[in-house]
Design a protein around this ligand. Sequence first.
Ligand code: FAD
Length: 444
Amino acid sequence: MEDRPKAVVIGAGIGGLTSAALMAQSGRVDVSVYERMSFAGGRFTQHDHDGYQIPTGAVHMIPHGKKGPFADLILGKQSKGGLDLGRHGVDFLPTTKFACRIKDGKLYRANSVYGILPWFTARDALNLPGLLMKGAKRPWGDETEDGRAWLSRRFSDEFIDFLDAFSNFAISLRFDQMPASTVVRMLQNSFWSDRPHVPKGGCKGVIDGLRADLRENGARVKLSHEVTEILPGDAEESTKDNRFCIGVRRRGRDEGVWVGADSIIHNGGHPNLFEALSNDFEVADGIKEQVRDTQAVGGIGFAFALDDEIPHRGSGVTMLPGLERVGGYVIPTFSDPSLAPEGKHLMITHQYVPDPTVKSEISKGREDLYEAIPWLSDHAEEICVHSYHRNWPCNRAPQGAELPSDIGVDGIRLVGDGIKGHGWMMVEGIASNVPDAVSSVSEL
Ligand SMILES: Cc1cc2nc3c(=O)[nH]c(=O)nc-3n(C[C@H](O)[C@H](O)[C@H](O)COP(=O)(O)OP(=O)(O)OC[C@H]3O[C@@H](n4cnc5c(N)ncnc54)[C@H](O)[C@@H]3O)c2cc1C
């Protein structure tokens, strides 16, 4: 088996692990994953806090349920390019509603995408087909209009505010921060897809399934190992037969080791890759500039422990339109009760961050929540608040940035939330890029 080409995956986030699993299932490459943290899963896993499964990032939601690129990749049959992780117990459980909203203290629930229409004006319903049919599979080129301006010419403020709260909750950006074609395509993908689902056992359920699959196929996942350098293979005697020579440092050790690789999947984002990549490799013109001009997107999330008397009994993503900061919340324990201790529920909120002064943003978010959710003060206890920024952001590149997976260096591709297919959000966006990235480095 040692004469197989060596593939190194840098980072054990959902992008890195799914890429590694695809390569390992093919059996054609010898796969190793290096992860600098002491746990796998990156921002798509959880830590147990007295029985509450507190996310490292993702709020336990699969945006497009069983009808999106993520489901195709994770649960799809191998003959169709999927990983078929159902074999390892991975499953997605539907949320109890398609979507909800709280407006003026009142809870509205919709069982399907059409169920939200009665909340808005007749003009909104009449103009919806125009939005859904608009050609937006690719960016519109030199776009001068942002998403909010485009929608404002067709829909009521109330309808746009509801969708904008969803955007705030899901991707930490408002419509006026994205090109119109991105907003249109994202909404189309959401309308045509399934209701959100909760991974069984939370995000870690998927990560555990991926790790079991990697083990089964002989791939290694090395935790607490950081990749610090990427050089040409002939930089070191021990790696001279490989295309790349990779410097790896194990946490707590001063000395690094050199590892040979013939292909690299990088899951840590463009700036991180550029930092490690030696000047021997030429990055395609314009890409460095594009990356320099792209800022990661921050966000803030609260986790609350809820008692079992809460009046909102469901796991549908709930939008809180019109608030200053918070976009919405979800109570995933109505789909998977194992995410909280028996008789309790877990609620997770999300808000965008227009101002980097995180402390005051947290207070503003808390104010929003207690003002908008009438039952919160009687039934909830704050467990923690997480702010996502710098090396642990909400999104390494804002939705619509369209950074490339291919930076012009043969044998290296990026995966993860810095690189998403146009209009695909969150893990759907990551999954939409992974198969191409993997096949172009390993010619599967
Ligand atoms: C608050 C919040 C809520 C979210 N909610 C949802 C949700 O409900 N549903 C959803 O679909 N998405 C959600 N997302 C988005 C989703 O969680 C992320 O897009 C996704 O987890 C990112 O995965 P990734 O593989 O790109 O990166 P990461 O999870 O960041 O993984 C990259 C890994 O690479 C490692 N790494 C980086 N550089 C190196 C190096 N040089 N050497 C070794 N290791 C390295 C990092 O330590 C990290 O573990 C949410 C995100 C946040 C922050």
